[in-house]
Design a protein around this ligand. Structure first.
Ligand code: KIV
Length: 269
């Protein structure tokens, strides 16, 4: 079988869908600049996420809330020029998609100035998602822990532990798929809940702190390299601990995702 990981052509949204169909795990890491973009791409990482986590790991804020659309477009463009194969997803930052029209203007900016192939937004914003998809903009949903809603949630906590909340997340995931999203990120939810959602949806589900049964995995690059200034979350792993170089750490992560060795139970809820 030819793995998509072995192909050198630029990945498309159809390739990601085909990977789920074929049962091939999808590897994803965040990056914010050209040097790391090229390094991740060479290591075979399937998706590079220009996450608004840059507000914390690059800008030094204690949340993602201060990040602007200008910041996202700048970092997206920096990453885009340096990669050949990896698929690019860029975050719409806090308060940049309150209405379909605002979302369209900002998503267009990320695709035109930032060369994004897809935009990611947090929460069950089905009206916004449907509108963007109708305008030809591929969308990635994001459920579970929503960092842009940290003040409403009262902290960075596991979501969906009780049954009513778990059912709400399942219903939201199904509505996001129906609205036309091509991908879903599930952050910090119990592994059993993420497994159920990954089974129910036909679009790929990328987990972070969501257990081994998601269709793919994402981590914040600086957490898995253990160079973040903050505390590394329990669901992340220090891939530098057993690697002689950053390249080796990223390759080891990619292999661990592809072979379903990461995340282990110690990284899951
Ligand atoms: O901003 C980001 O890096 C993200 C990941 C945590 C999924 O959204």
């Amino acid at each position: 079988m030819t793995l998509y990981a072995d192909s050198l052509k630029a990945l498309t949204v159809s390739d990601l869908a085909a990977m789920k169909q074929a049962g091939e795990k999808i590897s994803c890491l965040t990056a914010y600049d050209a040097s790391f973009s090229a390094l991740l791409d060479k290591a075979g990482i399937d998706i590079i996420l220009i996450g608004d986590s840059l507000g914390m790991v690059i800008q030094g804020h204690n949340s993602t809330l201060p990040v602007t659309i200008d910041d996202m477009a700048y970092h997206s463009r920096s990453v885009a020029g340096a990669r050949k194969r990896a698929f690019l997803i860029t975050d719409l930052p806090f308060a940049s998609y309150a209405t379909p029209e605002q979302a369209l203007a900002n998503a267009a900016r990320l695709m035109q100035a930032g060369a994004a192939q897809m935009v990611k937004l947090e929460g069950a914003k089905t009206e916004v998602i449907q509108f963007l998809v109708e305008q030809g903009i591929p969308v990635c949903g994001h459920l579970g822990l929503l960092p842009q809603s940290v003040n409403r949630l009262g902290g960075y906590k596991v979501q969906g532990r009780d049954e009513p909340q778990a059912r709400q997340i399942v219903a939201d995931a199904e509505q996001i798929e129906q609205a036309g999203a091509s991908l879903l990120v599930l952050e910090c939810v119990p592994a059993a809940l993420a497994a159920e959602i990954s089974r129910r949806l036909s679009i790929p589900v990328i987990g972070i702190g969501a257990g081994i049964d998601c269709d793919g995995q994402v981590l914040v690059l600086y957490d898995m390299l253990n160079i973040s200034t903050g505390k590394r979350p329990r669901f992340s792993k220090d891939f530098m601990a057993e690697a002689g170089s950053i390249e080796e750490a990223v390759r080891n992560y990619h292999q661990a995702v592809k072979s379903a060795q990461f995340p282990g139970p110690e990284h899951s809820y």
